[in-house]
Design a protein around this ligand. Structure first.
Ligand code: HEM
Length: 208
């Protein structure tokens, strides 16, 4: 039991660290500029500058806020803070998800990558919207389910950056990029469904 708790704590710490590290790395354009820090996506600047900045500026906000929402102590002790962070998470995803969808539609990496990222954006916006809608209606079990799904997709920003170097090294940049546009989120979404099936609607901390 003690080792199980330790493992859970280590997993949670890893998730926090990865979310913060990827968000900070994503904001590198603030210091270095887009052309220098992310030259491979700089072409979006000309076609859709506002949505590009909305995406690369606000998606990391969602990534940093996400782990706070699953912190049971914070939710129980400061429910008002949970609501405010939730609103900020929702707005960040509305704007950066719309930006992600438009960037996917205008991606120069081919139709398969465009569909991979495009569907991710649609599900990200949809799941998060459903999560917020169910919270407004007071359906908290549904809210929890949709937000677990939303978080799994937010975490695609992390999985993408973990897989990309391996895929680039093993199958080349073009094929690797197409594949990552799918595998950065489909396994995360399936893992969320598996987690929900396994844990059902049991509130955290309640024995199986
Ligand atoms: C979950 C839904 C998301 C979708 C649909 C999405 C979509 C995209 C697309 C289409 C691109 C441009 C790729 C290209 O043109 O080749 C991009 C780049 C980028 N995205 Fe996202 N993204 C999502 C989540 C996130 C999150 C949560 C972050 C937070 C860190 C993020 C940060 C970035 C950054 C910084 C770039 C610039 C390239 C890079 O540094 O890797 N995205 N995204």
């Amino acid at each position: 039991m003690a080792s199980h708790n330790l493992l859970t704590k280590m997993r949670i710490t890893c998730i926090w660290l990865l979310c913060i590290a990827i968000a900070l790395a994503s904001w590198r354009f603030l210091l270095l500029g887009v052309e220098v820090s992310m030259p491979f996506v700089a072409y979006h600047l000309e076609a859709r500058p506002v949505w590009f900045y909305a995406h690369v500026g606000l998606a990391p906000v969602a990534l940093v806020l996400m782990p706070f929402q699953f912190w049971q102590g914070l939710r129980q002790r400061h429910p008002q803070r949970h609501r405010w962070i939730g609103r900020a998470y929702g707005v960040a995803i509305l704007l950066s998800g719309t930006g992600g969808l438009l960037m996917a539609a205008g991606s120069n990496s081919g139709p398969l990558a465009a569909w991979g990222f495009g569907l991710l954006a649609v599900f990200w916006l949809g799941f998060t919207g459903m999560g917020i809608w169910s919270a407004i209606q007071g359906r908290i079990a549904d809210h929890r389910r949709w937000m677990i799904r939303s978080a799994a997709l937010t975490f695609a920003a992390v999985t993408l950056r973990l897989y990309l170097p391996v895929l680039f090294a093993t199958m080349g940049e073009q094929a690797g990029y197409v594949l990552v546009s799918w595998i950065c989120w489909v396994p995360n979404a399936l893992a969320a469904e598996w987690f929900l099936l396994r844990k059902g609607n049991r509130p955290e901390g309640e024995p199986a």
